[in-house]
Design a protein around this ligand. Structure first.
Ligand code: ADP
Ligand code: MG
Length: 610
């Protein structure tokens, strides 16, 4: 089984200190309770990212949760049209995807759109993909950043003559959903603004100064925000119009107001597999929930100004803390502070807190940096481009957000258990095969030992008979008086002398043969003794091995009876395969590793014993 694990790191954008950074392992044994407990203990883990969705995702093998790839924030630059006069004095030059002031720093981006471009070109550069990915379950965020009057609202909301990114995205979204016959979709939208660090609900003017909450089920969310179900693009655009009308309340200078407030159109897309065959067991009720944020930010010159006039903080001047924090967060992320275990101050502002997943987290993100090339705004443009080029170095890791209903969870778990069970069955089958193979080998060697013993015994007996026979023949020769005196010198044991030369030769041969046979007899005796000793040793090993096989068989039977168990990691068999011809030398040993602990069999090693 593949254990799936996710490292809480910069890529997943959790604010863990260096010591708290650790791998969260999700295995069948530890699973959720473990992960959940970790989250409970580490308050900062309770971010949008470590929402219920993501934590649950840890439980499933990687292939199933489809952890996304690390991807950079896509950054494009859009220059708004300027007058002919301004164009003549503009210090900026562009070439391909680079914008620069001659002899000064150049900035390179994913795309640069000149003054004459259309919003649809900007949309198609990246936002279109983000929208279609959001339908597939990936979070998406598109931000328009830039100084006041640089064209952010024009880009995001458009004009009567030219639809903006929001309108294009909403139409695309509904087109994709309508064409997807395989899933059922449910869309909700909310529309909020952050002004003076207060979150106001633009769909319900009574909901002002809303608070951000966080829990395991929903991650980070704005409490009490009105969410409307929508089923057509027009409905979304009408609700936005309504929201815009609420922005005017209590404000006389709308330009001033809007340049200091951020608006977020928050679309929640839920989908599940369309079920034609209700009740079929293997249908999985996993619900995908993704969020698409379309953000029109406050004018970025505010950040610079508030930074420059920080002394006035004490005097109660309003600071657009969100925009300043956004700059800090992007800067730190681009410097890899999070990867080094450093702190990223998402919590320092409402905007960064809400957008945390989009900034170095679980989302596809695009930033459209709106600029003006007029000489008079050169400093603001430079500072916008600096922010954008820092954002270019920030990476996100988006993945499909899938929430399992309880029934789906059960179905998926029982499916997994079934798979594991059949895998285990397979493994036990192989163990049994190897056990019987060892048994066969044992029997074969035992037979060879026994044959050898019989052979030695037979040879020894034959020798004894031959010796007896020859001795009798010698006695017979003596008794026939064929003794020669010469022989007295030839064999010290014999006191007889044979005189006939022929008889002398026969007796000599007989005595030689008797000597030789006596020697063979004693060597055979030794061999039999050795073989008997070896047999005893080997039988001891055999008993050991058989008790192991017995144990294995019992376990296999027991586990097959209850259907689910850990099994051996590896089984090592020595001396079985290609056992040497001189089988007396063969030894057998079987090694069974951690039978109770290991849950997978990686390999079965089958070795010759050298
Ligand atoms: P911001 O939201 O950045 O403050 P706006 O989008 O409100 O800026 O733009 C300021 C003015 O410039 C608006 O009147 C808008 O119509 C115009 N404008 C901005 N960008 C473009 C563009 N690309 N084409 C035509 N007019 C634009
Ligand atoms: Mg605007």
């Amino acid at each position: 089984m593949n254990l799936s694990f996710v490292e809480i790191s910069s890529s997943t954008n959790c604010n863990l200190g260096p010591r708290k950074r650790k791998k969260i392992w999700a295995s069948e044994n530890k699973e959720w309770a473990f992960t959940k407990r970790q989250c409970m203990h580490q308050q900062r883990l309770l971010s949008y990212l470590i929402s219920n969705t993501v934590v649950r995702s840890f439980l499933w093998p990687e292939k199933e949760i489809g952890i996304g790839e690390m991807e950079r924030i896509h950054v494009s630059v859009r220059a708004r049209p300027i007058s002919e006069e301004e164009a003549k004095t503009s210090p900026w030059k562009t070439s391909s995807d680079t914008i620069f002031i001659p002899n000064h720093t150049a900035f390179k981006f994913d795309r640069i759109f000149r003054e004459d471009c259309k919003t649809i070109d900007v949309y198609e550069a990246r936002t279109k993909e983000i929208v279609s990915a959001s339908v597939r379950g990936f979070n998406g965020t598109v931000l328009a950043y830039g100084q006041t009057n640089s064209g952010k609202t024009h880009t995001m909301r458009g004009s009567p003559l030219e639809p903006g990114i929001i309108s294009l995205a909403v139409h695309d979204l509904f087109d994709i959903i309508t064409q997807d016959a395989s899933r059922d979709f449910l869309l909700r939208i909310s529309y909020l603004e952050i002004y003076n660090e207060n979150i106001n609900d633009l769909l319900d003017p009574c909901n002002r100064k809303l608070q951000i909450h966080e829990n395991l089920e929903k991650g980070v969310f704005v409490g009490g925000l009105r969410e409307d179900f929508v089923d057509s693009p027009q409905q979304v655009l009408d609700l936005m119009e309504l929201g815009e009308s609420h922005r005017h309340i209590g404000e006389t200078n709308m330009n001033h107001y809007s340049s200091r407030s951020h608006t977020i159109l928050h679309m929640i897309i839920e989908s599940r597999q369309r079920r034609q065959d209700e009740g079929v067991g293997n249908v999985c009720d996993a619900v995908r929930v993704s969020v698409l944020n379309l953000v029109d930010l406050a004018g970025s010159e505010r950040a610079a100004k508030t930074g420059a006039e920080s002394v006035r903080l004490k005097e109660g001047t309003h600071i657009n803390r969100s925009l300043m924090t956004l700059g800090t967060v992007i800067k730190k992320l681009s410097e890899g502070v999070d990867r080094q275990g450093g702190h990223i101050p998402y919590r320092d502002s409402k905007l960064t807190r809400i957008l945390q997943p989009a900034l170095g987290g679980n989302a596809n993100t695009a930033i459209i940096c709106n600029i003006t090339l007029a000489l008079v705004h050169v400093n603001e443009t430079k500072s916008s481009l600096q922010f954008a080029s820092q954002a270019l170095r920030v990476t996100n890791c988006a993945h499909v957000n899938e929430i399992l209903t309880d029934t789906a969870l059960l179905k998926r778990q029982s499916k997994e258990i079934e798979e594991l069970r059949s895998k285990l069955k397979n493994l036990f089958y192989w163990h049994l095969i190897y056990a019987s193979k060892i048994e066969n080998e044992l029997n074969r060697v035992q037979r060879e030992y026994e044959d050898l013993l019989v052979q030695y015994e037979t040879e020894r007996t034959i020798n004894e008979i031959q010796i007896e026979f020859l001795k009798a023949k010698l006695g017979e020769a003596k008794s026939n008086h064929l003794v020669c005196e010469v022989l007295g010198n030839m064999h010290h044991d014999e006191n007889v002398v044979i005189r006939d030369p022929e008889a002398i030769l026969v007796v000599k041969q007989l005595i030689d043969k008797i000597d030789k046979l006596e020697m063979e007899k004693s060597s055979l005796k030794q061999k039999v003794v050795d073989t008997e000793t070896e047999k005893l040793l080997w039988q001891e090993q055999c008993v050991d091995l058989q008790s192991q096989i017995e144990k294995l068989n019992q376990e296999a039977q027991k586990e097959q009876a209850c259907g689910f168990t850990p099994c051996t990691d590896s089984i090592e068999v020595r001396g079985c395969s290609g056992a040497p011809a001189e089988a007396t030398e063969a030894t057998f040993s079987a090694k069974i590793v951690d039978v109770d602990k290991i849950i997978d069999v990686d390999e079965i090693i089958y070795l010759d014993d050298d």
